[in-house]
Design a protein around this ligand. Structure first.
Ligand code: SR1
Ligand code: MG
Length: 400
């Protein structure tokens, strides 16, 4: 798509989104198109345009100059749209089957026009409804291994990597994560959001100096370690899934950061399913946890062996990189568990639990599991140790 449509920024409407699709020549002339704004995220408009005669659809995503979840009082850079479009293109260069195809992007309008994925489910909603996604964690393991390896210093020419790191400097969106994930939940901040029944649990957290010190170390790692081009917001609401297909969407938080961050967010969002399900239906989620871990390990190790940097061949270095990634990811997962339970921007895995007693139990477990993962993240970097931490927290919660 070579046409450029230069305009000054204005929010699209359903009508102007159709006009844009027509101007881009994405549908046959004279097609009867429908358009619905379907965005249920925190930040953007998402228009679904469809020609019902041919069944062809597209998505037009537009960044708003403020955070929709809060309102116009929280201004937000439009530059995130170009970050997202460029990240999708880079990720597509090594895992095209796992990201949506970008047809067009326009920095002025802050729009990205892309593949329609409406035949798939948002993974979070599907998992809550008990749908099965047998390929999901295998695909995410592959996605994580490839995005990690191919954007890191272990593969890229050092100059190219530094160029990428500069291109993906994303200070405003990073600041959201720095505040909402690593700081606010651990202090009595205005952005926090929790039900009264959690007050005692939350106040205990705010007084927990040992935990706050570890959260501060994780924040420092997030802010300073430019290891890989991260998605930056890889929760299960950023993934479309079906029985054979998986697509990772929404990398507007992309930036160069610590490799364990995306893995940690994915693990945490599976753990929300663990704490909100009954024992029997947890098994399926344990399999997802094991699969993502195993596939990531296998694929990353395979890519590493194929790489030819001499220093990477040093005995023990691959294991060192993997161990660091795992222990970081457990810490990041712990912060995500705590943040989505008591901070701004919750998850419906927990908020959607209808009974107050069950909701209280699940949220309390999420907080305590988050704490355990942060504090015990270095106690072993094998999958079995991770599951041991999870199961011992669940057991403690069922006895309390
Ligand atoms: C103000 S933005 C709140 C959250 O929405 C996004 O999905 C990110 O997770 C962010 O932290
Ligand atoms: Mg998002």
């Amino acid at each position: 798509m070579s046409e450029t449509i230069q305009q000054t920024y204005q929010p699209l409407t359903e009508g102007s989104a159709i006009a844009l699709a027509n101007r881009l020549g994405l549908f046959e002339e004279g097609s009867a198109l429908t358009c619905n704004e379907i965005g249920d995220g925190n930040l953007n408009y998402v228009f679904h345009i469809k020609d019902h005669k041919t069944n062809k659809g597209i998505i037009i995503k537009q960044a708003l100059p403020y955070a929709k979840v809060v309102g116009e009082s929280w201004p937000l850079t439009l530059k995130r749209a170009v970050i997202e479009a460029n990240a999708l293109k880079i990720f597509a260069s090594f895992c095209p089957e796992l990201v949506p195809e970008v047809y067009y992007s326009d920095e002025q309008l802050a729009v990205t026009v892309m593949e329609d994925l409406s035949h798939l489910d948002i993974a979070r909603s599907g998992l809550i409804e008990g749908k099965k996604f047998p390929q999901l964690s295998k695909h995410i393991g592959e996605y994580l291994a490839k995005t990690f390896f191919y954007t890191s210093d272990y593969y890229l020419d050092p100059g190219k990597k530094k160029e990428f790191a500069k291109q993906f400097t994303n200070p405003e969106l990073c600041k959201i994560t720095e505040d909402l994930v690593f700081t606010d939940p651990f202090f009595d901040a205005d952005t926090n959001d929790f039900e009264n029944f959690l007050t005692e649990e939350v106040e205990r957290l705010w007084k927990d100096e040992e935990l706050k010190l570890e959260a501060a170390k994780l924040k420092k790692s997030f802010m300073t370690e430019q290891e890989v081009l991260l998605h930056g917001d890889l929760h299960t609401g950023s993934i479309f899934a079906g029985s054979t297909e998986t697509k990772v969407i929404d990398p507007e938080f992309a930036f160069y950061g610590p490799a364990g961050f995306d893995l940690g967010q994915y693990l945490a969002n599976l753990l929300f399913q663990i704490v909100s399900r009954d024992e029997e239906s947890r098994e399926e989620i344990y399999s997802h946890l094991e699969e993502v871990w195993t596939v990531f390990n296998r694929e990353f190790s395979r890519l590493w062996e194929e790489g030819n940097e001499a220093y990477c061949k040093t005995t023990g270095y691959l294991q060192y990189v993997l161990d660091k990634t795992y222990s970081d990811s457990l810490g990041f997962a712990g912060c995500e568990l705590i943040r989505r339970t008591i901070g701004l921007s919750h998850v419906k895995d927990l908020d959607g639990i209808p009974s107050e007693n069950d909701r209280f139990a699940a949220k309390k477990t999420a907080i305590q599991l988050g704490r355990a993962l942060i504090l015990e993240r270095k106690s072993g970097t094998q999958f079995d140790r991770f599951i041991q931490i999870v199961k011992s927290r669940l057991q403690a919660a069922s006895l309390s």
